[in-house]
Design a protein around this ligand. Structure first.
Ligand code: MG
Length: 357
């Protein structure tokens, strides 16, 4: 039985814009194309949705519904930056992260890198960390498969956490409207309504042959979805070029011991992720962000590729000594292991070349 979390950022683009410009807080914000050039709404803040505005709606229509809305052109690179940050965060829980869009992804936490037994607890912690690290809210759905997790994340938006336990699947689906099912668009929905079927519960009463006769191949899918069956795995979409982890502290830290403990913890997670991808890296980088938001990195490339947490942590400690940590309060600390393609060198004792960026 899988444990899947679907995470969907709430009004992602509009929320990033509002975070970056607090004067927009609580106001109807539309991110999207030029209304004069038939642009569409890519993202609408919740204050804008009250007026009936939805994404993919023509900007002109949206402005008719809410003339005082603030229109912002998309800054995709900015959203991508935040998405990268989120991706790094998710990776510290599982290497099985499948992005669906910049603001949406699936996590398979059946095996959890941080050994948190409950998927619900994992989702709660991730939501908290998203807020701490990005200032944004997300909605999470927890379920035994992807399609249920996706429906669940939509149940309690924004800032939601909705759980469908394996024992609750049948009850959860029984009263659900058929249009919530994956792949059921307006056309299929209408045909189902014509057959007198409005809920998933009603759909389970149609025999398999009837469904395939009516909908062909999709009837087969419908039959299984209606019973909560979805075997699609979470497929990570890319091989990492580096593996990293970082944490933003709730309160700035000046104790070296605390920082070393965090490096240890990161190194252990990185060790498991390296093992998952069957990677080894020769370069270790430590990233430190001070209380005034200035960041520095210190890197070292060793002679042999590392896989063990202890080796990574040891190198990271040395690098930490080369920062002002301990004398300046630290807001964020991170570790990166890279250099997967570098071959081991023969010499045993070359000193660490250290680079600064
Ligand atoms: Mg979203």
């Amino acid at each position: 039985m899988r444990k899947i979390i679907h995470i969907d950022m709430d009004a992602f683009y509009a929320s990033v814009e509002t975070r970056d410009n607090p004067a927009l807080a609580g106001r109807p914000v539309l991110v999207g194309g030029d209304p004069g050039r038939r642009g569409v709404v890519a993202s609408a803040s919740y204050a804008a949705r009250v007026f009936g505005i939805r994404s993919a709606m023509p900007m002109r229509t949206a402005l008719r519904l809410c003339p005082e809305a603030i229109v912002i052109r998309p800054r995709i690179n900015r959203y991508r930056e935040t998405a990268e940050q989120l991706w790094t965060l998710y990776q510290s829980y599982t290497p099985l992260v499948e992005p669906v869009a910049l603001d949406e992804c699936y996590l398979d936490v059946t095996v959890n890198l941080q050994e948190i037994a409950s998927a619900t607890e994992t989702a709660r912690i991730i939501k908290h960390q998203i807020r701490e690290q990005t200032g944004l809210t997300a909605s999470a759905g927890v379920a035994p498969n992807k399609f249920l997790a996706k429906i669940a994340s939509d149940m309690d938006k924004p800032d939601g956490l909705y759980v469908v336990k394996p024992t609750q699947v049948e009850m959860f689906l029984a009263s659900l409207e058929v249009d919530k099912l994956w792949g059921v668009g307006p056309v299929t929905e209408k045909r189902l309504h014509t057959l007198g079927i409005r809920t998933v519960g009603a759909l389970t009463e149609l025999p398999y042959e009837r469904l395939t006769g009516e909908f062909g191949k999709f009837g087969h899918t419908l039959y299984h979805l209606a019973r909560g069956v979805d075997e699609r795995p979470v497929v990570p979409d890319r091989e990492p070029k580096q593996i990293s982890g970082e944490v933003t502290f709730d309160q700035d830290v000046d104790r070296m011991e605390t920082l070393r403990q965090e490096l240890d913890r990161q190194a252990q997670i990185i060790e498991r992720r390296l093992a998952f991808y069957e990677k080894q890296g020769r370069t270790v980088t430590v990233k430190v962000r001070y209380e005034d938001f200035t960041s520095i990195t210190r890197s070292a490339t060793g002679t042999v590729r590392m896989t063990a947490a202890a080796d990574i942590a040891q190198t990271a400690y040395t690098l930490l000594e080369k920062t002002e940590a301990g004398t300046r309060p630290v807001r964020l600390i991170g570790v990166v292991v890279s250099g997967f393609d570098l071959p081991d060198t023969e010499q045993q004792e070359i000193p660490f070349p250290t680079t600064e960026t």
